[in-house]
Design a protein around this ligand. Structure first.
Ligand code: PEP
Ligand code: CO
Length: 469
């Protein structure tokens, strides 16, 4: 055991294990958003098999992330959480994984440089296979089938066979998550994040951006800093090749989450070892529901989505359930109000949480409150609204004396055309060109980097942002 680990164990407050809790106690509560499996015995076989498979993450990584999130809550670092709305089994391939990692790393370097603080990087990947849906069924041309709930449950094609929930998919999701994780770990250990790699800074996108001068200036400044440090040290700084990366997914499919909940030899309590950072979605955040019951008993740091319509009193009670000991780093509140609601909805939560002295990290998800369906039936989000919610969130926090310590984004490293606007001002016509998401529309590579730069401008206090598209 390393020194860091011993220190961590000593410093942790003596938090009690959750009372009257087992990894299966969620079954005594109402579990919404769960599929109905026709073959109960097959489900049990898959869950039993999953239970024996090795975990994807370790308890010490999970606890290390918790410490970093506690730092972010105190303003000593910034959380960047991002990735696909939902991963799909067919997208488990090297170029998609590498490109997604690349855009997240580049965004994080923009943030490190601009905010002058470390960034904690958390991918929405290696397990983001389950999706909450607004309806249990979908009807097309008079035919009604179960809805698509993500590749861990069923397949998106509109046929009865594809939509039948299949418990073998639990194993396939775990396997694909392991492959993703393995590749990400390999890339990072192998120097993928090395600032010296010329291919690392792909500048083509900036030619279309009003932010191009600023971006080029920043790339040069980072290069200068690295060279300066190396001159000073008289050697190449190996640690510039290494960054930490953590994973997250929505803890939605409770049979899966239960099967990956483990005890470990050197730490007390239970850990979800399929991911570092599970979160509870908007639709499953009921105080007396199964998801809050499951999550309260694990030691992972976790996220909780907070959307419009939630009352501060409700939120405070869920915070009490998930973090009764007010442990720093344990809980990240991910607000997703929408650009038009954020000014009316966010301040009450900030004041209530602050007044009760709850220790939380505030993070803004400017994606999920800003979805819209065009007349053509296409689901999209406007870059201007995404940006406006983020902008407002920073201002509202400043006015309330709280701190916005992170951002949660749906993005991809590909040049998809799913969100309208951005530097290239994508229009409705462009959407048809490269719309690939089977669920929510994502920021593409350029739009993601633009958001990172806009955060820096906002936090750095630079006035007047270029006009929104
Ligand atoms: C999501 O993050 O993909 C999601 C469904 O979010 P929310 O729970 O905030 O709606
Ligand atoms: Co989504």
């Amino acid at each position: 055991m390393s020194n860091a680990m011993r220190v961590d164990e000593r410093n942790l407050a003596p938090v009690n294990e959750a009372r009257d809790w087992t990894p299966a106690s969620w079954k005594n509560r109402t579990a919404v958003q769960q599929p109905v499996y026709a073959d109960g015995a097959a489900l049990e076989r898959s869950v039993a098999e999953l239970h024996e498979l090795p975990p994807l993450v370790t308890s010490w990584e999970v606890l290390a992330l918790k410490r970093k999130l506690s730092d972010a809550a105190e303003g000593r670092c910034f959380l960047l959480q991002g990735g696909d709305c939902a991963e799909s089994f067919s997208d488990c391939n090297s170029s998609l994984i590498a490109n997604r990692l690349k855009v997240l790393l580049q965004m994080s370097l923009v943030l490190v440089h601009g905010l002058k603080m470390p960034v904690v990087r958390v991918g929405r990947f290696a397990g983001q296979y389950a999706k909450p849906r607004s309806a249990d069924t979908e009807t097309r041309d008079g035919v009604t089938l179960p809805c698509y709930r993500g590749d861990i449950v069923n397949a998106p094609e509109f046929t009865a066979a594809a939509r039948e929930p299949d418990p073998r998919r639990l194993i396939e999701a775990h396997t694909k998550s392991a492959m993703t994780m393995n590749f990400v770990r390999g890339l990072i250990d192998g120097g993928f994040a090395d600032l010296h790699h010329p291919e690392y800074w792909d500048l083509a996108w900036v030619e279309h951006s009003p932010l191009q001068d600023e971006y080029r200036h920043m790339v040069e400044a980072i290069g200068d800093s690295v060279r300066f440090m190396e001159t000073l040290a008289g050697e190449s700084l190996g640690s510039f090749n290494k960054v930490d990366f953590y994973t997250s997914h929505e803890a939605l499919l409770l049979n899966y989450e239960q099967a990956v909940t483990r005890k470990v030899p050197r730490h007390w309590g239970w850990f979800n070892l399929s991911t570092h950072f599970p979160w509870i979605g908007m639709r499953t955040a009921a105080l007396d529901g199964a998801h809050v019951e499951y999550c309260r008993g694990i030691r992972n740091p976790m996220g909780l989505k907070v959307g419009p319509g939630v009352k501060p009193e409700q939120l405070l009670r869920v915070i009490d359930a998930l973090n009764p000991d007010n442990e720093p780093g344990r809980l990240t509140l991910i607000t997703r109000m929408g650009a038009t609601n954020v000014e009316a909805e966010l301040p009450q939560h900030l004041s209530a949480v602050k007044a009760e002295g709850k220790r939380v990290l505030w993070c803004c998800d400017p994606m999920h409150g800003n979805g819209e369906t065009l007349a053509s039936g296409v689901k999209t989000r406007r870059f201007a609204n995404i940006r406006a919610e983020l902008d407002h969130a920073f201002d509202i926090h400043a006015a309330c004396g709280t701190r916005l310590g992170g951002v949660h984004l749906e993005l991809t490293g590909e040049n998809v055309t799913e969100c309208l606007g951005g530097a290239r001002d994508l229009t409705e016509i462009d959407l048809a060109r490269a719309y690939k998401s089977t669920v929510d529309p994502r920021l593409n590579y350029e739009q993601s980097l633009e958001i990172a730069m806009l955060i820096v401008r906002k936090r750095g206090g630079t006035p007047a942002l270029p006009s929104a598209k």
